[in-house]
Design a binder for this molecule. Structure first.
Ligand SMILES: [Zn+2]
Length: 277
């Protein structure tokens, strides 16, 4: 999310009030028909989780950058790289250019009040900086979980906008193991605070530079300097000196400190009964 918020803040001033005069889109598995945006004016550029939402009045142009997508406002006809998949020509001599090397991005038009066809956008939890995101709400969302904290936070349902990096960083700051399943009220309060702190710091730093992310002006984010566990496997924890470990969880590289984030205890009194018929 911090990366997407960075892009949103950079593009919004140049995009607001501009009318889309033409659109060109290459093929992509998740690129929907966006031709209805031609002739429409961008009223504002909003964000929900990792989705960018250009308000066109009667409809919304939805863009998700995926793993490798980039968006930039450039002089008409500019070719920033080999991976340009869409070009929205504006009435002021600029193009909104969408580059997407791996074609994991999403594009589509959503009518006012329509139910989003994208599961993640439809079931997304509260925005982390909104009043709806409270320690109580997070506690209820995670209280009786059958899935691990890592899986649930990645699902975007307890709170919107936490990608892999920020889930790992938030869990470390809260002292919670990624495989833990249920959460006490004090632990939920710690996690709530950690999520807000991590995302605030990351937005301030304009995101984290990893592989392909670049902000809307082609710059690099600074949050990588503040990473405590992500991408630090084998290095000592800044807080306690224990070696950071990495393991695959939910198909994602997951990093934690065994010193700060002790593994969850097995529920007491149940071990002996397991397997007894
Ligand atoms: Zn530690």
């Amino acid at each position: 999310m911090p990366e997407v918020e960075t892009v949103r803040r950079q593009l919004e001033p140049g995009l607001t009030g501009r009318t889309i005069t033409a659109i060109w889109v290459d093929r992509g598995p998740r690129y929907g028909d966006v031709s209805a945006a031609v002739g429409r004016t961008v009223l504002r550029l909003a964000r929900r989780g990792k989705y960018l939402l250009a308000d066109l009045g009667a409809s919304t142009l939805v863009l998700h950058l995926g793993m490798s997508g980039r968006l930039a406002l450039l002089p008409a006809g500019a070719v920033p790289d080999r991976f340009v998949r869409a070009r929205f020509t504006l009435d002021d001599g600029q193009d909104l250019v969408f580059s997407d090397m791996r074609r994991f991005g999403t594009m589509g038009i959503l009518g006012k009040g329509a139910v989003p066809p994208w599961d993640t956008l439809r079931t997304m939890g509260p925005e982390p900086f909104s009043e709806a995101f409270t320690a109580d709400a997070l506690h209820s969302a995670l209280k009786h979980a059958r899935r691990t904290l890592k899986a649930q936070l990645l699902s975007q349902r307890p709170v919107a906008g936490l990608g892999n990096i920020y889930v790992d960083e938030s869990l470390h700051r809260a002292g919670l193991h990624p495989r833990q399943r249920n959460l006490s009220k004090p632990a939920a309060t710690r996690l709530h605070r950690a999520i807000i702190e991590v995302l605030h710091a990351a937005v301030e730093a304009r995101g984290t530079t990893f592989q392909l992310y670049r902000d809307g002006h082609g710059g690099a984010g600074d949050f990588y300097r503040e990473l405590r566990v992500f991408d630090r496997a084998g290095l000592p924890c800044h807080a306690c000196g224990t070696t950071i470990v990495k393991e695959q969880q939910e198909g994602r590289g997951t990093h934690w400190c065994p010193g700060c984030q002790p593994p969850p205890r097995k529920p007491s009194g149940r071990q002996g009964r397991r397997g007894v018929s």
